[in-house]
Ligand binder design. Structure first.
Ligand code: NAD
Ligand code: MG
Length: 298
């Protein structure tokens, strides 16, 4: 893990190439079980008060990209509630420790976002325990793989839709009445929403829907509520999602197709989540930010 995000260095060699040690896990992947740990900014991210006294709820924030955003938000001065699956308690407790070490309040809210009742309760609990809500990061998602159209079961298709897109609808709908003008919603989409791969074509549909959801709501959320909504589209990033029901052969080449010849690390996305959450992003809404290692989203 890097300890220095600030000094000038060659971004090609800043992090390792494709993972050399891959262990396919069942879903959800657990970060503490990965033999090659992603860099979520634990040792490196330094805050500068950009989110002082904000109250943030992030889903899927025990690990990977959400963990990097949660650590960054806390070091920028926010109190942070994180949602994750009960099986991920160990990962979540590590994140809570980093949040508390930053001097901020950590709220742990385990549960399944593919359930409407849980999503409503999640927002209510976050508002209650944080004492309000200013930032919502809809980041939870599942991927796995299919053998193509004929191999895709209704069960998998349904579960992807419920987890990746219905949850965003339910959580955002429950959160908006609590968000004051100046609040920010950030959704995690993917390069897959723009350049879909056949072996995860169903996952890619959910990511295209997330980008569309973001653009579709930008007008009403700003005009009626003064709320910004944006999305971040990561490229190939080294996280537990990759090992969860993943494809070992493909993972051995993760990021090799980028001009960097390496995957991104979760911490390399954190500054974009912070910008979009902060008041410095005041004129940014309805945008999709690619962090793709040069692969691009258009
Ligand atoms: P990750 O496994 O660390 O995070 C995904 C999280 O989603 C899990 O930690 C889990 O807590 C949560 N989640 C999944 N199903 C859930 C459920 N039913 N209820 C509650 N929480 C649930 O992996 P990540 O790569 O950091 O993924 C974060 C987001 O980034 C996902 O939306 C993913 O689609 C997106 N993304 C990842 C990549 C990549 O290369 N890793 C690329 C593009 C987009
Ligand atoms: Mg996780």
């Amino acid at each position: 893990m890097s300890t220095d995000l600030i000094s000038m260095q060659d971004p090609r060699s800043q992090y390792p190439g494709p993972p050399s040690s891959i262990e396919i896990q069942s879903d959800p992947g657990i970060e503490t079980r990965m033999s090659e740990k992603p860099d979520c900014g634990e040792l490196s991210y330094k805050g500068s008060g950009r989110l002082a006294s904000r109250k943030a709820l992030l889903t899927g924030a025990d690990s990977g990209i959400g963990r990097a955003a949660a650590i960054a938000f806390a070091r920028e001065g926010a109190d942070v509630a994180i949602c994750y699956l009960p099986e991920e308690q160990e990962d979540a407790e590590e994140v809570a420790k980093y949040i508390r070490d930053a001097g901020r309040k950590a709220v742990l809210l385990p549960g399944d976002v593919s359930q409407e009742n849980f999503c409503e309760q999640l927002v209510a609990d976050a508002v209650d325990r944080l004492g309000g809500l200013d930032i919502l990061v809809n980041n939870a998602g599942k991927m796995g793989k299919t053998g193509g159209l004929l191999d895709t079961t209704t069960e998998r298709f349904d579960s992807l839709m419920k987890t990746n897109i219905y949850s965003m609808f339910w959580i955002t709908k429950a959160a908006v009445p609590h968000l004051k003008p100046g609040s920010s919603i950030i959704n995690t989409t993917s390069i897959q929403g723009f350049e879909p791969s056949g072996y995860i074509f169903d996952y890619a549909i959910t990511k295209a829907a997330i980008a569309n959801f973001t653009k579709g709501l930008k007008e009403a959320l700003m005009e009626e509520h003064g709320i910004r909504i944006n999305a971040i589209a990561p490229g190939p990033i080294w996280t537990p999602l990759q090992e969860a029901d993943g494809d070992k052969k493909k993972l051995k080449k993760l990021g090799e197709n980028t001009p960097y010849k390496r995957p991104g690390q979760p911490v390399e996305l954190a500054p974009v989540y912070v910008l979009l959450a902060s008041q410095e992003g005041s004129y940014i809404t309805g945008e999709i930010y690619g962090v793709t290692g040069g692969l691009g989203i258009i």
